[in-house]
Design a binder for this molecule. Structure first.
Ligand SMILES: [Zn+2]
Length: 258
C-alpha cells in the first residue's frame, strides 16, 4: 500500500543503494535524483490531498453507501452565519457536522450550544486554526487539539472523537498528535472551495454535479455566500432524494467519548 510508513523504508534502501552505486561509478546519479523525486512527490501529495490517508488513517467518505445519504460539513465556525445555516438545516430536516475552532467557540458559546441542541454533530478543528499549521510539531498540534477540546468541554460534557486538520493538511506530526489524542481524522470527498471561488454558481455546480451517495461535503459557515450556496444545494438534494446526515451516522462511528 502507498502509505508513508511503507514507502519511507523502501526509499531509504533505494537511496543508499543508488548513492553507493553512483559513488563507485557503477550507475548514474540520476537514480539518486529519481529516489529523491519520488520521496518529495509522495510527501507533498500525501500532505495536501487528505483523501490519500498517506500519513494516517483518514475517513473521507462512506464507501459502498447504498442509500442516498451524504454528510454536509461546515468548518471554521461558530460565527453569526452559523445561526442562518442552522435555520436552513432545520427547514430541510437535514443534519450536519460542524468542525469548530476553539477560539470561535469562546467568542460565540451560545451559537455553539445551539448547534448541539439542534441535533448536529461537532468536531475539533484546533484552537487557533494557525496559518502555519503544516509547520507545527507534534507537541504543538496536540496542544492545539487539547485546547479546542477544553473549549468544547467548558460548554458541553462531550469530548469529540472527530478531528479535521486545518487546510486538510496531514504529515508525520499530525499523525503522531492524533494517535496521542485518540481522534479520528475526518477529511472530505467533495470540496466546495467556497473560501476560494467567488462565483456562487460555480461553487454550486462543482458540488452538485459531483454529488454521489456517501460523500462528505466541505463547506464553511463563515460567509453569506456559502449560506446561499447551501440553500440551493439543499433544494437540489431534495429534488435528487439525497439526505444529509451527521458524520457519526454516515460512518457508523461514535462522535464523542463519554
Ligand atoms: Zn478550516
Amino acid at each position: 500500500m502507498w502509505k508513508h510508513k511503507n514507502i519511507v523504508p523502501i526509499l531509504i534502501v533505494f537511496g543508499i543503494v543508488s548513492t553507493l552505486l553512483a559513488l563507485f561509478a557503477v550507475s548514474s546519479w540520476w537514480w539518486v535524483f529519481l529516489v529523491l523525486f519520488v520521496w518529495l512527490g509522495s510527501t507533498t501529495w500525501g500532505a495536501f490531498d487528505i483523501r490519500q490517508g498517506y500519513f494516517t488513517d483518514v475517513f473521507y467518505k462512506k464507501k459502498h453507501e447504498n442509500r442516498r445519504r451524504v454528510s454536509l460539513t461546515f468548518d471554521d465556525g461558530p460565527t453569526p452565519v452559523t445561526l442562518d445555516i442552522l435555520a436552513l438545516l432545520k427547514q430541510h430536516q437535514a443534519k450536519a457536522t460542524f468542525f469548530c475552532i476553539g477560539k470561535q467557540i469562546n467568542k460565540h458559546p451560545d451559537i455553539f450550544r445551539k448547534i448541539i441542541e439542534e441535533g448536529h454533530t461537532i468536531g475539533n478543528h484546533t484552537m487557533n486554526h494557525s496559518k502555519g499549521f503544516g509547520f507545527l510539531n507534534a507537541q504543538q498540534i496536540e496542544q492545539e487539539i487539547d485546547s479546542c477540546d477544553a473549549s468544547i468541554n467548558d460548554i458541553v460534557p462531550h469530548k469529540p472523537r472527530f478531528f479535521r486538520p486545518p487546510f486538510g493538511v496531514t504529515n508525520p506530526s499530525v499523525a503522531k498528535a492524533v494517535k496521542e489524542t485518540k481522534h479520528h481524522v475526518i477529511g472530505w470527498s467533495n470540496r466546495s472551495l467556497d473560501t476560494i471561488i467567488d462565483d456562487e454558481n460555480k461553487i454550486f455546480d462543482r458540488v452538485s454535479t459531483r454529488l454521489v451517495p456517501g460523500d462528505i461535503i466541505l463547506l464553511h459557515d463563515t460567509s453569506n455566500k456559502t449560506l446561499r450556496v447551501a440553500t440551493r444545494l439543499l433544494e437540489y438534494m431534495k429534488q435528487q432524494d439525497f439526505q444529509s446526515v451527521t458524520i457519526d451516522e454516515l460512518l457508523n462511528l461514535p462522535a464523542y467519548e463519554h
